[in-house]
Design a protein around this ligand. Sequence first.
Ligand code: ARG
Length: 724
Amino acid sequence: MKKKLMGLLLVLAIGFGQQARADEGMWPLFLISQLQDSMQARGLKLTAEDIYSINKACIKDAVVRLMNKQNRMFCTGEIISQEGLFLTNHHCGYGAIQELSTNEDNILSNGFWAKSHAEERPANFNIGLLSKIEDVTSMIIDSLPTGDDESARSKAAAAMVKSVAAKLKEALGDDKDMYVIEVVPFWSGNRYMAMYYQVFTDIRLVGTPPENIGKFGGETDNWEWPRHTCDISIFRIYAGANNKPAKFDKENKPYAPKYFFPINIQGPQEKSYAMILGYPGRTQRSTFSEGIKFYSETERPMRVKVRRDILDIYESYMHKDPKIKLMYADKYAGLSNYWKKFMGEASALKKLNIYDRRKAEENKFAAWVKNTNNAKYADVINNYNEAYASVAKVGMFGVYLQDGISNSQPMNFAMAAAALEPLMMDKTKKDEVKKAAAEMAADLDKDFKEFYDPIEQKVLASVLMHLVEDLDNASLPKSLTDLAAKHNKDYNAMADAMWKKSVFVSQEKMAKFLKSPSLKKLQKDPIYAVANGYLTEVTKKMQPQMMKLNGQLGKANRLYQAGVLEMSPNALNNPDANGTMRMTYGRVLPYSGKDATFFKEFTTSRGVIEKYTPGDVEFDAPARLIDMMKKKDFGQYADKDGELHICFLTDNDITGGNSGSPVINGNGELIGTAFDGNWEAIASDFAFEPEFQRTICVDIRYSLFILDKFGGASHLLKEMKIIR
Ligand code: ARG
């Protein structure tokens, strides 16, 4: 009886597992051939080869990886015409749009539609197109030392990753400069893949709605449903001779893509198939239980505090003056976006019992290790426990560098100047000093375009306060603690005094310093002393502990993942997001987030009218738009129900980096653009919630309505393939 029941339970467990899992998973493209049956069962009419093929043009060729000028990935886009036109989110194009705006021609606030190719404006980012995936696991792993010294192993792995990437790039011959190759670990380093991106650098802004449409609802609606935002902007890829990447040149031609998305404006139905391809940045779905505790109780709450204080300072000036608003728009949006996310995560991790859920998985793992007498994994749980004992002490210093110091402009400038110091100490390197200083000086106009003294002074005071009040003072640089003592912890007075003596607080002073850099001046600069002191002294003091911790965690993660894969060898296991292209499939679905609530799976123009609040910083909208909505003047973009649908929900599994991703129906046609997640599942980077985790998408019909009927850019429709 017992045995029989066990068997039944096992079958059920597998069945449920697959059911619940059908929609979890940011699947690497190299696994999707194994998912074809379940995708088709959900409603996909295509084959896995149509999505990702190494032999023919396919859907993945129309998926764009947005990367900054240093080729760091930040968002996703989708190509929608034979002439390299692509859609992404408004909040992804935001930085570029802000940079193209001036007080006289404020396209961030007014919107913009190029009437011809000639009017399209150069944008400040690159894009990558994934051309090839290569398994390089053995090239990396086979060469690693096998001893117990984990930090030696991870150093060697990092070096191998670099050298393999360089070798593969060299092999590309003449075309190599057009490619970026990233060698990326999957399953915590149990597998390594090389991703080849063809990188285009001539990208131009084609159109954007005004901010009060593209960011309608502002921070209040961010991470929330119901939503009424047209979070899109449109760009074009330009290519040089032979359709290949080339530097910006007026003579460049629109890029002719291998594949582009047809657009379906019939509208999705409840439960209809929905799939997203894009570039999720990072998830931490196997974070050890003690790590969950650390994030929810210590790390996230601290980041929330530090960010909130800076945001309050920004807001007090931005809300008063449109010039300051434009100046700080992008920084504000970025800080605020993750302020809210971290706040939600801290409480959702607790509310959703993620600690207990993780603990249960770990217990299951430990039992399996014990039952199978598997010596390889015997220490994993212990290793984790040891590592997390020191995390709280060591982990916060990096966080304050990221969320504190890096959010102060003068401190950033000072840290950049740190590169000069060793050069200046070497008398033979005068020319190098000159060159580096000139490079920094060349950026000053741009750097100080987003610099407002009263804001920066207050942010400096706030950051100093958090460093001294929140962190173990024994580990802080003496320059900082001495200064705080001297000013009796009056951080405003302290910031004021530093401001008066530093060169990093005005363009004029910095330009003068960079013209003839003096080592004495640099070393005596109080902002330099604190920022650089934090960077060097703290790292020096913390280095041994950090190395040890990273080693312990790296090893525990790698072994835990290997063990999990070994424990259920037949299950498809989706690895954490790592900035590589992924596919998630599921359905258009409503949800219930709390007792007695039910959220429909789409919103309509009625909601825009309801939320519309003239003069409000978040809920204002163009009066003309509201008029059109009241008249129900929707043309071909109306749904069968006569309404204009604004946004819709799917149960797809995405995260930051997926912003701007194509939402695709069962025929491979574009039905929307993903742009957010819902509040109830805000901790989804740590745990997937099959019941109520949703992706929020702009309905493609609203995007086209704004482009065509509101923006008057109907000429762009001619490039697109529209299925009515
Ligand atoms: N929550 C969205 C994401 O992380 C970003 C939304 C940007 N909008 C904003 N109001 N800050 O992708």
